[in-house]
Structure formats: C-alpha cells, structure tokens
Design a protein around this ligand. Sequence first.
Ligand SMILES: *Cc1c(COP(=O)(O)O)cnc(C)c1O
Length: 388
Amino acid sequence: MLHDDFSYILSLLGEEDKVAWQKAMSPPIYQTGNFSYSSFAEFRDAIREERKNSLYTRGLNPTVRLLEQKLAALQGTEDALCFGSGSAAIASAVVAFCRKGDHVICMNFAYSWTQKLLKNLLSRYGVEADFVNGTNTPEVVNAFRSDTRMLILESPNSFLFELQDVMVLCREAKSRGVMVLCDNSYAGPMNRFPVEAGADLIAHSATKYISGHSDTVAGVLCGSKALLDVVFADPYMTLGAALSPFNAWLLLRGLRTLEIRVERTGKSALTIAGWLETRPEVERVYHPWLESHPQHNLALQQMDRPMGMFSVVLRNKSNNYIERFCNALRIFQMAVSWGGYESLVFPSALFDPNPFPDGLIRVSIGLENPELLKEDLATALRLAESQA
Ligand SMILES: *Cc1c(COP(=O)(O)O)cnc(C)c1O
C-alpha cells in the first residue's frame, strides 16, 4: 500500500516549505533560540499557542517540528513530540499522566533508566510501581489495581529480548482505563505493531536506529495529538528537555537511510546470531528471530523484520574469559548504546549487580561486512579459549 511505503512517508511534505527554503533539497537548520513577530496580534497568538507557533526553541522549532511530522507519519500516529533523549521522552510521558497515589506497572527488565525513574525518582512523589515478568501475561494482568494509571511495556527489551503480548495487554489495560506506554526502541519506528495493538503512547530512543550514526542523543513520543498536547503543556515545557535544531537535522538525515540500515544490520545480525548458536564456545543466543527464542512466534506476530541486536551467553562464564574475549575483538568495540554504524559488545558482567545470566554479552551489529564481523568473533573466541 502506498501509504505504508517508506519513501512515500518520508517524502510527505508536512510543513516543508520549498519556497521559504529557497528550493533546498535538504531542510534548513533553524538554528535560533527565539522568533520575532511583526505584529502585536501575531505575537499574542504565538504566546497563547506555543505548540502551534514558533515562539521559543524550548517549545517549537521548525526543524524539530518537521522531524516530528515525519516520525508520526512513519510510526502511524497522529502526532509526535521530540526530546533531548529517549529517557526524557519516557520520563515526560509518565510525569504527564501519573500523579500522587497512582500505580504504575513496569516490566522486570525494562530499560535501566525507566526503572530508576520509577524506583528512585517518582517513588519520592507518591507514585508507586510494581515490576512484573512481562513474558507471563497472567502475572502482568494480576498486577492491575484499581489505582493503576499506566502500564509500561518494552517488547522486546534489550539484553534478554523478552517480549510481552502487547495485543492482549493493551486490551486488558483499555478495559480498565489504564494507559499504555510502549518503548518501541528495539523494533523501531517502522514497526507499527504497538500502535495497531492500541498502545496510547510509543516511545523511542532516537539515539539508536533513528540517528543511526552514534552522533547524537534524542528521543520521541508518538501518539494522539490530544495526549501529546498534555505532555507538551506540562512536563515538556517545564523540564525543558528539548531537542536542538541541529540534532533534529541529524535525525532527519538519519531517517533517509533508516530502512536500508535496519535491513542490512538485521540480516547481518540474524546470520551472525545463527552462526554463534552452532559454536561450541556458546551456550545460547537470544535473538527474537531465532527459532530457539522461547517467544519466537510472538516475535513474528509483533515484528515485521529481524533487528540488529542480540545477546550471546558464553559457556565459560568467568570474568577472566569474558575479558579476554572482549579485549581480543578488533572490529567490535566495547560501548553502551546501539543502532549505529559500528558493531558493539556490552558484557553484562559490567553491571554491579548483574541482573542478567552470567556470561551474557549484548551484541549490536553495525553496517560492516558481516563476514569480517564473524571472523572477528571467531578469532576472539579462539584467543579467549587458548588462554583458558
Ligand atoms: C537507550 C534506550 C533508552 C533511553 O534512550 P536515551 O536516548 O539513551 O535517553 C530507552 N529505552 C531503550 C530500550 C533504550 O535502548
């Protein structure tokens, strides 16, 4: 269908104004803090409706707004609101709708700062949170209380790549008047499943696939205009985690290659993950697209393509072995984050305490030649073994 076609979506004009841009092919960066008005009435209207008018870049900036329109079109929601980080997007969504006395349900292995938001920050303001095993749908449903305000999903999460039955849980939440916020960073903005399943707000760390070049930190919330207007009016303007025009431009540029980057890294990752499963040094691999993944069928239902990140558990779980393996890698780099050009490893042993299985290493596959990446892993395993 035409309206699902990626390049069609990206070509949507939105507020793109080729006249004002003097025919520029690539959108200009409106690198400005404020905007000036030539009439009192226009100035008054801008102050009254900051979501609609460029008044001040903490509120609305045309470069950022263009990105929001493209992201909303891509994700298939009415509107989008960009932030200076994915964490700010998630925190703002929760703060906008949860007040003192409200209860939130979150997944056990949700993104670490989502957990900290609830455990360390919002607990101080009277918002209570329960963490549940998202792979167990009845356990999640049992956690609903009469004061539950929000359900936070992340399907799949990173490190363990656990999924939740988003369709069933959205239905259960809806029947109780509970809002659903779904962190869709892993599956990316081209994956509309959470929207189709009925999630109210979809969050992305735009730092990952949307940027795609490890050159900026950013976030986005996608959802209805009505809900995003609430987020905008309060936490967004007050907390001020706005995305800069230049970073918005980097993301607009990232969007142009999103589809081919995701296709390439997903394909490479699946090949490498499948190959790792056959290696004697490897105990198991967690990738939702592998048949060995316990929720493989749910993954096929919820995602339309394999993505570029997975985890591997080595048989030898000693810190020494893992350290030797990581140090022996030549192409893979040791770093947090993911979704960029470079392939990365992140051993979970670096967490203290480590909530994940011993010997687990998260692997983000980049755009390098997958055969060279395989060779790099094989050599590092051999070197780690030789000194075992
Ligand atoms: C990175 C990440 C975030 C946070 O995004 P930032 O852009 O780093 O603030 C949230 N959720 C998931 C799943 C992530 O991977």
